[in-house]
Write a protein that binds this ligand. Structure first.
Ligand SMILES: Cc1ncc(COP(=O)(O)O)c(CN[C@@H](CS)C(=O)O)c1O
Length: 406
């Protein structure tokens, strides 16, 4: 089965627009993807016809909204092949999900001098929450080094596990700065062999390849709605049921309680124990059509197509003198980071923008990784299933024009 690109592109209205009087060439999908038309329609319909609070109302609008919101949970359970719907916790996004695990799991499972392992390539939201919690209990956050290609240094990883006291490993499935696809199924098994739990940052993989949490056997997995064609401000934490049952609540408030007295409170069952207060109802309802679109489009087909785009873009950019691609792992997803001698990424990004091409420039919230490669920033093009080789040709032509200008 091949992607019908013209049909796909017609489902993303933003592709119609121009910027600086040029057709938009949107290559910043690792930051946030465009929104599928069904998501836009669902949000508009909700705010036009169905607004009400959910979970506690006894009137039609509240019950209708609750059913729609909870249908998203069922869809995510299917998407992830999770054993139970109560393993699907709704959050504000990947950052919130990782902070939830750090705030609730670490104080309960990690003690003084224990170790939390993260890799050099991690996003700041998969570094700082662990530092904040580890500091409180005098636990240690240690770094899994990466190779010059941007792969996990597997020997070093195993040595760190063998040193003992590792209670948790937290790692990106796919690097947002390098595009490296980590062999997390192997790394999860290694962590478990050494008595450690494993948290997967799936922010960059959920919309680019099939993620099966039972096959991976991960303990936690986090991702954001806005990186999979859905609304911003909404995300998911998957956690194994037994683990989530054993963890204290993340935040206190409405919905997460059973009985409240001034002296003491008992908590609601999963998943609600971790979902305090009125949630982003529209975000939850708006995410379901995005999931339906992903499942209907077939993630294996998406992965193959995006690999074609990445290989084409890499081949074309390598023809430009002075360009150095950062991130040359054998297994890569649709992220192309590069630097050019004598041209600051921000200048490149600005000149590309003037030609209608949207890429990301900067450290991409991965400052330890930038230091590892001795750069302060990179320019990053990131692709999705609605991008085309013709757009890549426009990007490369615009890049050459920018370089001639600088
Ligand atoms: C691997 C990874 N992990 C966590 C996050 C945070 O996602 P939030 O939805 O912001 O919570 C991101 C978001 N990376 C964006 C913004 S810096 C990028 O341009 O690369 C990510 O890529």
């Amino acid at each position: 089965m091949a992607l019908e690109i013209d049909n796909i592109r017609n489902q993303f209205p933003q592709l119609e627009r121009k910027v600086h009087d040029r057709p938009l060439i949107y290559l910043d999908n690792a930051a946030s993807t465009l929104k599928h038309i069904s998501v836009i329609e669902a949000l508009n319909n909700h705010y036009t016809n169905d607004v009400a609070n959910i979970h506690r109302g006894v009137h039609y609008l509240s019950e209708h909204g609750t059913i729609q919101y909870e249908q998203t949970r069922d869809s995510i359970q299917d998407l992830l092949n999770a054993e139970s719907r109560c393993e699907i916790i709704f959050t504000k996004g990947t950052t919130d999900s990782l902070n939830l695990v750090a705030a609730s799991f670490v104080p309960h499972y990690v003690k003084k001098d224990d170790v939390i392992l993260i890799s050099t390539m991690e996003h700041h939201s998969n570094i700082v929450p662990w530092q904040i919690q580890a500091e409180k209990i005098e636990a240690k956050v240690k770094e899994i080094p990466i190779t010059d290609d941007g792969d996990i240094d597997e020997e070093a990883y195993i040595e760190l596990l063998k040193e003992g006291n590792v209670k948790l490993v937290s790692m990106a499935h796919i690097s947002n700065s390098l595009g490296t696809i980590n062999d997390i199924k192997k790394y999860i098994s290694l962590a478990h062999d050494h008595g450690a739990y494993f948290c997967v940052d799936a922010a960059q993989s959920i919309a680019h390849e099939k993620v099966d949490v039972q096959d991976l056997n991960c303990d936690f997995l986090a991702f954001s709605s806005h990186k999979m064609f859905g609304p911003t401000g909404f995300g998911v934490l998957y956690g194994k049921e037994k683990l989530l049952e054993s963890m204290p609540p993340y935040q206190g408030g409405g919905d997460m309680i059973d009985v409240v007295t001034i002296e003491k409170t008992t908590y609601n069952e999963l998943p609600h124990k971790f979902e305090a207060g009125t949630p982003h109802i529209a975000g939850g309802i708006g995410l379901k059509p995005a999931i339906d679109f992903l499942i209907d489009t077939d993630l294996n087909v998406i992965k193959r197509y995006e690999k074609e785009l990445l290989d084409y873009a890499t081949q074309k950019i390598n023809e430009i003198e002075k360009v150095q691609v950062i991130g040359t792992a054998k297994q890569k997803a649709s992220v192309l980071s590069f630097v050019v001698d004598g041209a600051h990424p921000h200048d490149l990004g600005t000149l590309l923008d003037r030609q209608g091409v949207a890429i990301r420039t900067g450290h991409h919230c991965t400052q330890p990784l930038m230091k590892r490669f001795n750069v302060s920033a990179t320019a990053r093009a990131s692709f999705s299933l609605y991008n085309t080789k013709e757009e890549i040709d426009i990007f490369i032509k615009a890049l050459n024009k920018a370089l001639n200008f600088l």
